[in-house]
Design a protein around this ligand. Structure first.
Ligand code: BG6
Length: 492
């Protein structure tokens, strides 16, 4: 596996810990090797030591396992220093790959991972093609695949341009566009919940569902990613990819099989059915905001504009809320409310399916508006699980109705913590299973929906940008937005 951008954050926080975990579980062959590539100079040994520290920290390894890392998995880590926008380092890479095939028995299968800033994606892809590295060494028995990290483009046009570059060099079946939300255990479980249980599918539609909320809240700010975030903003960072993926899994029709093509076809179909928001009506369907100073985990934290590498008059959004409609038979007139933000009150991601109220309530003392409607909450993280809220009679002589919750918790039921998304997805990619990766049509369909919103926000600049205190649940404007429809955000 060759990782471009290996001196970056993603490599040490996610990719290499996931690889180490897979190797510890004996899911990787003993000869598995990693070549890190980057401009920052390291020797093999320095890079190995850096990865060992990173893995020890992220997986909280005991001292004896650190030693095992060094004598086992760590020995398969190598590093190439260079400017990978130029041709020269690719010759070195080819030589090293051939040497590893020979010395470590890696047999010619190659996985390239683009973990660089997105501006380097096209040139790296072209150089891989020019060096002859995009084709399998021996197509009869080897594979070559490429994993592309998000963001896949920054709007529809750039996503199409990038796709053109990719498909000039690679075949679509070699390309794995990663969205780590699809690898999360609870996200996959959404498909099992819907399609391996008889009780939910008959009520999973406009007759029984009042609305759906998808919330992805983070308590962290932009940390040290100010310059990236200034370019991206919340919509590009979270909504276009992660949140729209969740939406498509909640709303898609049952695929005929759990094979990549069938699942991806259904996801694309539902994205195609989402009603586009015209530029002139964006404020009716979207709210954007930015965090002001406040408190996080009891500590005073700065406003977004005071974060490092952020413009003092930045209008980049760190929070957004939307309402989308899906124009098909299953979902006509059911609003899907989406929201995500940084520096919110806590880290919590949840999909809430709110059912319709009962049509008539026979318990005279409790008017039906006072009874909370049924709610199916899929807790994506933390505290992974699913809960169903329903009404029950409180014990006592009078008829008092109270909401109660039936709860399934992953940890309690299975007694083991689920693998991380990167473990699942990296393994799937090596096994050639693209079901949980994005196909180009879905990426473009999602950008098509985002483009008018981005256009309007750019035109409006500071006008219409709301603010919220760090450590709260977002701007008052978002509460008003949903209240205007007679609904409210679920408490997470
Ligand atoms: C990344 C975004 O894709 O997802 C980050 O770039 C965000 O800004 C992260 O913090 C959230 O992922 P998770 O798995 O922690 O919910």
């Amino acid at each position: 596996m060759v990782i471009f951008g290996a001196s970056g954050d993603l490599t040490e926080r996610k990719i290499v810990p996931a690889l180490y975990y897979l190797s510890r579980e004996r899911l990787l062959p003993p000869g598995f090797s990693v070549i890190g590539c980057g401009r920052t100079p390291f020797t093999d040994d320095q890079f190995r030591a850096k990865m060992q520290e990173a893995v020890a920290e992220h997986l909280q390894l005991p001292a004896e396992e650190k030693a095992a890392f060094a004598s086992g998995f760590g020995k398969g880590i190598f590093y190439l220093t260079g400017d990978f926008s130029q041709a020269a380092p690719y010759e070195q890479m080819k030589a090293l790959l051939d040497r590893l095939d020979h010395e470590r028995g890696t047999c010619g299968n190659r996985l390239f991972y683009l973990a660089t800033p997105p501006s380097f994606f096209p040139v790296t892809i072209r150089q891989l093609g020019a060096a002859g590295l995009a084709r399998p060494k021996d197509p009869s028995c080897n594979w070559t695949r490429i994993v592309i990290e998000k963001p896949f483009g920054r709007d529809l046009t750039s996503a199409r341009d990038l796709d053109q570059t990719v498909t000039e060099v690679f075949n679509e079946n070699q390309v794995y566009r990663i969205d780590h939300y699809l690898g999360k255990e609870t996200v996959q479980n959404l498909l099992v919940l819907r399609f391996a249980n008889g009780v939910f599918e008959p009520i999973w539609n406009r007759r029984y569902i009042d609305h759906v909320q998808i919330s992805v809240a983070e308590d962290l700010g932009v940390e040290n990613r100010g310059s990236y975030y200034e370019e991206a903003g919340l919509l590009r960072d979270m909504i276009q990819n992660h949140v729209m993926q969740l939406l498509s899994l909640v709303a898609m029709e049952p695929p005929a099989t759990f094979l990549a093509t069938a699942v991806r076809d259904e996801k694309a179909k539902v994205l195609r059915a989402i009603r586009a928001i015209p530029v002139e009506r964006v404020p009716e369907f979207a709210v954007r905001a930015q965090y002001a100073e406040g408190f996080a985990r009891g500590l005073k934290v700065p406003a977004y504009r005071a974060e490092p590498k952020v413009a003092r008059d930045s209008v980049t959004e760190t929070y957004a809320a939307f309402k989308f409609y899906i124009d098909n038979w299953r979902w006509a007139d059911v609003p899907f409310y989406l929201r995500s933000g940084k520096r919110l009150a806590k880290r919590a991601s949840e999909i809430s399916i709110q059912f319709r109220r009962v049509p008539h309530l026979l318990f005279r003392d409790t008017p039906s508006e006072q009874i909370d409607p049924n709610l199916l909450a899929i807790h994506i993280q933390p505290d992974e699980g699913i809960s169903l809220r329903f009404s029950a009679k409180a014990p006592g002589p009078t008829m008092q109705i109270r909401p109660v919750v039936m709860d399934f918790r992953y940890g309690e039921s299975f007694g083991a913590s689920p693998p991380t998304a990167y473990e699942t997805l990296l393994l799937d990619c090596m096994l050639g299973d693209a079901t949980l990766f994005n196909r180009e049509d879905a990426v473009e369909l999602s950008w098509e929906l985002m483009d008018p919103i981005l256009t309007r926000w750019k035109e409006d600049g500071a006008k219409g940008l709301a603010f919220y205190e760090a450590g709260t649940w977002g701007p008052a404007e978002a509460d008003k937005f949903i209240k205007a429809d007679g609904r409210r955000w679920q408490r997470l």
